[in-house]
Design a protein around this ligand. Structure first.
Ligand code: PEP
Ligand code: MN
Length: 349
């Protein structure tokens, strides 16, 4: 695909003039991912008036055009072709300051229960997480359950509990949004809006998430290829929201011994193709508590920007996903192992 990049710092009027000149050469051309001071890219349709047959110089000699990028992948905005440097996503702010995910920063850990079950449960877990230095908490208020008869989450009440836990423990919250009409409601509490595996293909919602500024944690569809995964992210980026964090959470294979097959191939593959940060969720990826720690270490060894881990202080009582939730004590051991694994080899000498 051909992309025409406009110069930085143009006024809206200058951009509009440049875009209409580009459209004279290629009528199907349209701006993608514009917003704020983001670089302005114009996607030139390869069909119609055959833009690819128009020499690149026809575009580059137009006023306010910086350059022409040919052979950009379809997931152009997410690709390293358009942005070679790693994207860093700043989560939250306020008195405690933001937590940065990606951009070559040390790996982050997002931990917490599968679902908000009540204030006491959330407060107990938050206290343990805070003591371990974990600043990002996860929990679902709207739960995408396979069975319509299973617990669907505490919904609005769950969000209220999260808001209180945020205030009391200084946590930043990652929580799922399942439909476009709830984005505003969830975003009032969430520092990161999670898109679950089942909704990776919910393109209308991805488009709406692209039109709002909160970071989006996009989980890989359980039957989505890497290309589809990057194109789902592109839906958000194309709307102008550049704060996208990918998350591998396991895919469906013939293997039934584990809940899913954690596809760690995707981590170095995405790192090569895309500038977006990528996390790994070893909890849903394996479905089995004893596998969470080793697969966490494996994920970090292959370059993941962080982990999303289900933690419950009483996993046997958890309303959902107790069998894959680790305890705060197990999380503490895992964090020690992560720090040990990250230590340079010379420390041992
Ligand atoms: C979750 O993380 O709460 C969740 C439901 O995971 P997934 O969408 O990956 O199944
Ligand atoms: Mn879960």
């Amino acid at each position: 695909m051909r992309i025409v990049r406009l110069r930085k710092g143009l006024s809206e009027a200058e951009k509009a003039v440049a875009v209409s000149r580009i459209q004279e050469l290629s009528p199907g051309a349209r701006v993608i991912g514009a917003g704020g001071d983001a670089p302005c890219f114009v996607r030139v349709e390869p069909k119609g008036v055959d833009a690819a047959a128009v020499p690149a110089e026809e575009f580059t000699r137009l006023e306010n055009v910086q350059d022409v990028i040919d052979d950009a992948p379809e997931y152009a905005l997410g690709s390293r072709r358009l942005r070679p440097e790693d994207t860093a996503v700043a989560v939250g702010g306020g008195a405690e300051g933001a937590v940065v995910i990606g951009g070559g920063r040390p790996p982050v850990v997002i931990a917490g229960p599968c679902a908000v079950e009540g204030y006491d449960q959330m407060a107990r877990v938050a206290e343990r997480l805070a003591a371990l230095g974990v600043r990002l908490m996860r929990a679902g208020a709207y739960k995408p359950r396979t069975s319509p008869y299973a617990f669907q989450g505490l919904k609005k009440q769950g969000l209220e509990i999260m808001a209180r836990v945020k205030r009391e423990f200084g946590m930043k919250m990652v929580t799922e949004v399942m439909s476009g009409d709830r984005i505003d409601e969830v975003a009032e509490v969430a520092d990161v809006l999670q898109v679950g595996s089942r909704n990776m293909f919910h393109y209308a919602m991805l488009q709406e998430l692209g039109r709002q500024p909160k970071p989006v944690l996009l989980k890989r569809g359980m039957a989505a290829g890497m290309h589809e995964f990057l194109l789902a992210a592109e839906y958000v980026l194309a709307g102008g929201n550049r704060n996208v964090i990918l998350c591998e959470r396991g895919i469906k294979t013939f293997e039934t011994a584990t809940r899913n097959t954690l596809d760690l191939n995707v981590v170095p593959h995405v790192k090569q193709k895309s500038h977006l940060p990528i996390l790994v969720d070893p909890s849903h990826g394996t479905g089995l508590r004893p596998l969470v720690a080793p697969m966490s270490l494996a994920a970090l060894a292959c370059g993941a920007d962080g982990l999303l881990i289900e933690v419950h202080d009483r996993p046997e009582e958890a309303v959902s996903d107790g069998e894959q939730s680790i305890t705060p004590v197990e999380l503490a051991a895992l964090l020690d192992a992560v720090r040990g694994a990250a230590a340079p080899a010379r420390d041992a000498a």
